[in-house]
Ligand binder design. Sequence first.
Ligand SMILES: [Zn+2]
Length: 321
Amino acid sequence: MNRPKCLLCRSEDSGPFLAVQDRNPGKGFQILKCADCGFVYLPLPSEMEEGLSDGQGACPPYPKEYWWTESKGSFFPMLEKIYRDFLLFTEVRDILALVPEGKVLDVGCGKGDILKLLKKKGLEAHGLDSAGEAAGCARNVPGLHVAQGDLVGSEYETGCFDGITFFHVLEHITDPAGTLREAHRVLRDRGILVVQVPNIDSVQSGVFGRNWYGLQVPYHVSHFSPRTLTNLLDQTEFEIIRMKHFSLRCNSMILVSSLFPCLNPQALLERSSRGKNPVLLKLTCLALTLLFQPFALLESTLGRGAVITALARKRSRRGKK
Ligand SMILES: [Zn+2]
């Protein structure tokens, strides 16, 4: 029997990290930690190994409701949209500061919410998503340039983008190094890369263990820490400008979702897809998320926030600064 290979360094020397149950009863997964590079990962079933060799490199997609279920009614969805756009803006303002003009690619663009904000700020907004439903939603938005597929295997021209963003994408990828090498190729010299992923070394991850919402087995296969993300960026020729440990959008929400699984975003979307509008649950989630923000701020101050965001710059192959 083949021993599982580390998704970063391909070493076969690993040990158990966490045994996790899927939400489907009886389905268990063993997350491993590489003894050579310290990377935490979910070993691939053989059929996914074939996908990796094809350069596809993604774990199972989310259910289709994840992308397009909107709340029913008119007033509450409008407030919800304003709140979500505000949270998203807190994420994209960094790339807007570093790439004030030009062409930006959002990998894993979903319905195109980030792309719409980038376009509104005058950037040429390109999106890519492996999920057909998501890419279809984003493609219907006028002015966005959206394709379906993975970055590895795409046909973007070398050096054509000024910035590339990966918001909660790299944890789904079975070949993160190959994906970032491709990002390096399609970025212009000194172009900007933004990577946001859950932090397996966070205080929350340590406290909740197998019940931490950031794990999301089997959708998340690559579990980064600040150290392994830094190593990956270095290996793929990016220099880190800044590593952030606080996200107003994510940290407290992940804490609330870990404490109360019925309030996690996927559970709420599933309820919406069944024709229910869980306004009360959403308001409870919002109240708790606001309540726990001080804790999220504290863990971030300790450098162990639930989510890490790396802002990086493409290093020239010639090592030129
Ligand atoms: Zn490794």
